[in-house]
Design a binder for this molecule. Structure first.
Ligand SMILES: [Zn+2]
Length: 395
């Protein structure tokens, strides 16, 4: 078996821009200089116009739910379940280019990468400062519209929860171009929102989680894409959530138990149910992992979904793949304090069961340490913990 040279691989990647290849599987749209949309690995709806978990440029891709990313070859390997060499074949095979062209392409690629990294780092720091100002401008939760929203779902957040209410939050979706061709994020809505502070794996403020609210009903706002008429998610994350969490109650200096789950409402519902059952929660910590992918972190590989399939452009039925149960331990994850000896992973019946199960398995393996018990608590199938809490109160 012959070795594939770096120059041949570069040439292969140049012929197969990552965003173009991804567009064979899912429908992507332009946003802030990237292509975004559903993920060809983990999104059940490949044509969703509101999905934004997957981002691709010519050189690379990243998925927030898979917590994975890389070059076009890794993408083909994960989507098609192929090994390296067969992914290279799938992309048309690798041929050595002539040396002059190879050198030119390598330099173009290196320049593009350096510029992209520089821009991204600058944007991240500016965005972090901007988001921190937004957080600081939020009003206390007590007595706010956000507190009404939670109360409407039967939840009262404890005073320590890192939640605030912002009177006027912008919602960006897609982009606009001005006369000079410069692309800008497009603002399609402004209104009140519940804002949660995200703490990164290094313990610093790293971003915010936003739930847009309707002032008239104190429910989630209905936000509509002006182009497609599609309803967009009422929740958004800005800044970095990777390896981060939202603190929703408990004293981190003395807690022995951590209750951690995907959504803010899920975790607060579980806390509420414990309080109502008269349980002592003095030594419990309550954290939201923001989303399922972040709870389990990056997987080493994808696995075939037991039931879900999709049809490729030739009409062949293919098995959907999803992030597997084995965590990639080189990647950052939520920092569970050392003193915690009891972790309860909250699984919602709301999301795909397999996706949830694998995320919980990865989290359990990540958080494992001697003397620590790790359990999963499942909401009834098809219901999240908040539905269950509300039913219990109604009955
Ligand atoms: Zn994905």
């Amino acid at each position: 078996m012959s070795l594939i040279s770096d120059a041949a691989l570069d040439e292969l990647k140049r012929r197969n821009p990552c965003d173009m290849v991804a567009s064979k599987w899912v429908s992507l749209r332009a946003s802030a200089g990237k292509m975004v949309g559903p993920c060809p690995i983990c999104s059940p709806n490949r044509f969703s116009k509101s999905a934004a978990r997957f981002e691709a440029t010519a050189d690379s891709w990243v998925c927030a739910v898979c917590q994975d990313g890389g070059d076009v070859i890794r993408l083909v390997r994960l989507v098609e379940g192929r090994d390296f060499r067969s992914a290279v074949e799938w992309l048309g095979g690798a041929q050595d280019p002539d040396p002059a062209a190879a050198a030119r392409h390598a330099k173009e690629r290196a320049d593009r990468k350096a510029k992209a990294e520089q821009d991204a780092a600058k944007f991240r720091e500016q965005e972090r400062a901007r988001l921190h100002r937004i957080w600081e401008h939020g009003e206390p939760l007590a007595g706010s519209l956000a507190a009404d929203y939670l109360a409407g779902r039967g939840i009262k957040a404890p005073p320590g929860a890192r939640l605030r209410c912002h009177p006027e939050m912008y919602y960006f979706h897609g982009e606009t171009r001005d006369e000079s061709g410069r692309r800008n994020p497009r603002m399609i809505h402004t209104g009140p929102a519940m804002v949660a502070a995200i703490v990164g794996p290094d313990g610093r403020f790293s971003g915010i989680h936003i739930t847009y609210l309707d002032a008239a009903t104190a429910k989630k706002a209905v936000i509509i894409d002006p182009d497609s008429g599609e309803i967009l998610p009422a929740k958004k994350v800005r800044g970095s959530k990777r390896g981060g969490y939202i603190h929703l109650g408990g004293d981190v200096t003395r807690a022995r138990t951590l209750d951690i789950g995907e959504g803010i409402e899920t975790v607060l519902s579980v806390r509420q149910a414990l309080v109502q059952a008269g349980r002592d929660i003095d030594d419990c910590l309550f954290w939201s992992s923001i989303d399922l992918g972040n709870l389990g972190g990056k997987a080493t590989q994808t696995v075939p979904h037991p039931t879900l399939t999709w049809r490729n452009e030739l009409g062949h039925v293919r098995r959907q793949r999803l992030p597997g149960p084995v965590p990639d331990l080189d990647e950052p994850s939520i920092p569970v304090p050392d003193r915690i000896d009891n972790v309860i992973l909250l699984g919602d019946g709301d999301s795909d069961r397999e996706l949830t199960k694998n995320a919980l398995l990865r989290a359990a393996r990540r958080f494992r340490k001697p003397g620590r018990a790790i359990r999963a608590a499942w909401a009834d199938a098809g219901k999240d913990f908040n539905d269950m809490l509300q039913e219990e109160m109604a009955g």
